[in-house]
Design a protein around this ligand. Structure first.
Ligand code: IMP
Ligand code: MG
Length: 176
């Protein structure tokens, strides 16, 4: 079997610290609003669970599953919605949470899809920004970390649907 290693890139401690900062900022920004946070599955699930617990507001949560990469480690360029939201977002203040933005294609597509459902406001929060690779610009309000143009695993991010359970963020390294 092929052996995969993850070179640590962002430690658990650094992730926790950054999420506390993001949570404080979101709490201040959405004070008095009707905040609905949407988790993009699968990748954002770990980040989402930690982030919502650092927000001192009565947030509502919902989940959407999209697929853009399949079994490959490079973008296939096509996006499909595998699981839709469970209720209407019309008139709500929506914060969409994603694990990583790479080319921007996924978030551009989801952003437009959600905008069409007429929320009161729609903002994006991503844990990781692979800024070098951007092809589609999307407005991002909250960014955890900027990462290099490498394949990233752990803390929700997968390689062939595995390694999501690594408690820290690592660079995929297939060499011995
Ligand atoms: P984009 O559409 O090119 O911006 O790609 C975004 C999606 O691709 C994310 O939702 C991730 O699921 C996946 N992705 C992009 N880069 C990585 C990576 O380095 N590791 C794991 N998944 C990634
Ligand atoms: Mg994803």
């Amino acid at each position: 079997m092929e052996r995969i290693f993850g070179k640590p890139l962002i430690t658990q401690k650094a992730i926790e610290k950054r999420i506390r900062e993001l949570g404080a900022k979101i709490t201040a920004d959405y004070e008095g609003k009707d905040l609905l946070m949407i988790c993009l599955l699968k990748g954002a699930y770990t980040f989402f669970a930690d982030l919502v617990r650092n927000i001192q507001l009565p947030v509502m949560v919902d989940f959407m599953m999209v697929s853009s990469y399949g079994e490959r480690s490079a973008s296939s360029g096509s996006i499909s919605i595998i699981q839709e939201l469970s209720s209407s977002i019309e008139g709500k203040d929506v914060l969409l949470v994603e694990d990583i933005i790479d080319s921007g294609l996924t978030l551009e597509y989801i952003y437009e899809t959600l905008q069409a459902k007429r929320p009161n406001s729609l903002k994006l929060c991503v844990l990781l920004d692979k800024a070098e690779r951007r092809k589609h610009e999307v407005p991002m309000e909250y960014i955890g970390f900027t990462v290099p143009n490498k394949f990233i695993i752990g803390y929700g991010l997968d390689y062939q649907d595995k390694y999501r359970n690594l408690p820290y963020i690592a660079i995929l390294d297939k060499s011995d």
